[in-house]
Ligand binder design. Structure first.
Ligand SMILES: CC(C)(COP(=O)(O)OP(=O)(O)OC[C@H]1O[C@@H](n2cnc3c(N)ncnc32)[C@H](O)[C@@H]1OP(=O)(O)O)[C@@H](O)C(=O)NCCC(=O)NCCS
Length: 167
């Protein structure tokens, strides 16, 4: 699967790109904002990505700008019947703060709306992740609920914000 929008190409992740995805997975800012607290070995990472091949409800995409791999996009819990999906994305640390996170989301929104018939996207974000929350607000996501003390991270139960956006 390949989708081009807003100068960004989204490719379904293939084996040749697993190392780039692992690089992102190990980045400290990404780890700080992941809900899982276990460090993942490369073998577990490969196993997880392999398990998603052909999965219609959970998909991982490589995001490319020109010839550069710039980030990863995840669509989880894709519900074709109700037209909803959970979205998440990380930008490679060398590519942050250039507007690319915003462009990845805009491309993803275009693909979800016009190719996958998704009508609503939602996401979960730690309340301490001000950078991401600011970007989501600018994209048009609205806070639905604050899940109080929801996930144990950095030595305490952290609040998680759930946001959604109608496409
Ligand atoms: C969150 C993330 C995807 C944003 O990607 P990005 O390409 O850096 O974001 P953009 O350049 O498109 O910036 C979008 C907005 O985010 C905010 N922002 C981004 N980086 C920021 C920073 N270092 N400080 C403050 N605000 C920041 C700004 O509001 C910015 O809008 P502006 O350019 O009009 O000021 C990226 O920082 C990332 O991958 N972070 C680590 C993992 C993570 O937090 N993922 C999200 C988990 S829910």
């Amino acid at each position: 699967m390949r989708f081009v929008s807003n100068e960004i190409t989204l490719y379904a992740a293939t084996k040749n790109i697993y190392e780039f995805l692992y690089d992102i997975r190990l980045d400290s800012e990404v780890c700080d904002n992941l809900f899982s607290h276990m460090p993942t070995s490369y073998e577990e990472h490969v196993k997880y990505l392999d398990s998603l091949q052909g999965n219609q409800h959970n998909k991982v995409f490589i995001c490319r700008s020109g010839c550069d791999n710039i980030g990863v996009l995840r669509l989880k819990n894709i519900d074709y019947k109700n037209g909803t999906a959970e979205i998440g994305a990380d930008v490679h640390h060398k590519q942050r703060r250039k507007g690319l996170g915003t462009k990845i989301y805009l491309a993803a929104i275009d693909m979800c709306k016009n190719q996958m018939n998704i009508r609503k996207l939602y996401l979960h974000v730690f309340s301490f992740n001000k950078v991401a929350i600011e970007m989501y607000k600018k994209l048009g996501f609205e806070t639905i609920v604050v899940l109080k003390e929801h996930i144990f991270k950095n030595g305490k139960y952290q609040d998680v914000i759930m946001m959604e956006m109608f496409l």
